[in-house]
Write a protein that binds this ligand. Structure first.
Ligand code: GRG
Length: 308
């Protein structure tokens, strides 16, 4: 049944909707208060493409949890406005991750990184400006989608917890501490559950919360998110080891930076097998909760089989 799902067509329809929401967010943002170079760094970080996976997962979770039950279209712009808040956080994280004081990266998404184009100072400032913008975006969109103040607060809390020291920032800290040291397998899992997994998981939970999902459905989407979050990072390590920098559009790789990777720790075949196991567990969580979303199933498989 799910093998017939046209993921290419689905993504081709979803990405422009996410991009439109990001444009709305930036157009409405109080960037006039920012220096011109900082505003340019923000635009570069947000508008330089990418797979838009987190917002796409958020909207699909919202649909799967019954977001359209009250007469909303399944491409309601307010759902994409909510989802855009995740991409604003993701964009800031990549802008900062590429800085000379972090990964010192020159190339991302096949283009020079934000700091390379606009300088470190504008990139730091622009990245920081995106954090409160994302929080405001999540609140406004959740309310526009009909969430009560309590629900909207939970939506925002989910985003900010995942972005902060209990999530992505904490994971990045572990990543920096782990450079030039071989991490144990459980340390690598913990690092990536925070650094990559927390925001991916929050994408699902925010969509579920905004749709008013029942706790079992929300828990299943969260479990799916955790599993694909790990699978996503394993796939990243496999791609780093098997694809060219040109095909991936980014330099340097984690291995170049002296970081531990699933491939270095377990070997290519075992890393691939672990990725497949995580995806199988993610899909099983959907099955157990009877969540009928061919798109989430196809996205789960895409996470480990993607080519960039
Ligand atoms: C100050 C400690 C400290 C942290 C600041 C920089 C930072 C916050 C966090 C870094 C988080 C990070 C870079 C996580 C990696 C996530 C990841 C796998 C990124 C690649 O995601 P894709 O493939 O990218 O979805 P695209 O380009 O498709 O958007």
């Amino acid at each position: 049944m799910t093998s017939a799902f046209d993921l290419g067509g689905f993504l081709a329809a979803e990405v422009p909707r996410v991009d439109a929401a990001l444009n709305r967010a930036l157009d409405a943002a109080p960037v006039a208060a920012l220096d011109e170079t900082v505003a340019a760094a923000v635009a570069h970080g947000v508008r330089s493409g990418g797979k838009r996976l987190r917002p796409i997962l958020c909207v699909e979770a919202w649909r799967a949890a019954g977001g359209t039950a009250h007469g909303m279209a399944d491409d309601d712009p307010r759902a994409y406005d909510l989802a855009a808040s995740l991409e604003l956080i993701h964009a800031y994280s990549l802008m900062h991750d590429d800085l000379p004081c972090m990964d010192d990266a020159d190339l991302r998404r096949g283009q020079p990184t934000t700091w390379r184009v606009h300088g470190s100072s504008a990139t730091v400032q622009g990245g920081v400006a995106l954090i409160p913008l994302a929080a405001r975006q999540a609140w406004t969109a959740a309310r526009a989608l009909g969430c009560s103040e309590d629900q909207a607060r939970e939506v925002c809390r989910t985003l900010l917890r995942a972005a902060g020291s209990e999530g992505m920032v904490g994971g990045q800290g572990l990543d920096l501490l782990g450079e030039d040291r071989t991490l144990e397998s459980h340390e690598l899992d913990e690092l990536h559950a925070h650094k990559t997994g927390a925001l991916l998981t929050a994408s699902l939970v925010m969509g579920a919360r905004a749709a008013g999902a029942s706790p079992p459905v929300r828990d299943a989407l969260e479990a799916y998110g955790r599993r694909i979050g790990l699978a996503f990072q394993i796939a990243d390590d496999v791609l780093d080891a098997t694809a060219t920098a040109e095909a991936l559009g980014k330099t340097p790789s984690d291995a170049d930076l002296g970081k531990s990777t699933y491939v270095a720790l377990h070997g290519l075949a075992a890393a691939r097998a672990r990725g497949e196991e995580e995806v199988a567990a993610a899909l099983a969580a959907l099955d157990d909760a009877r969540i009928p979303s061919p798109a989430l199933r196809a996205l789960g498989r895409y996470v480990v089989r993607r080519e960039r």
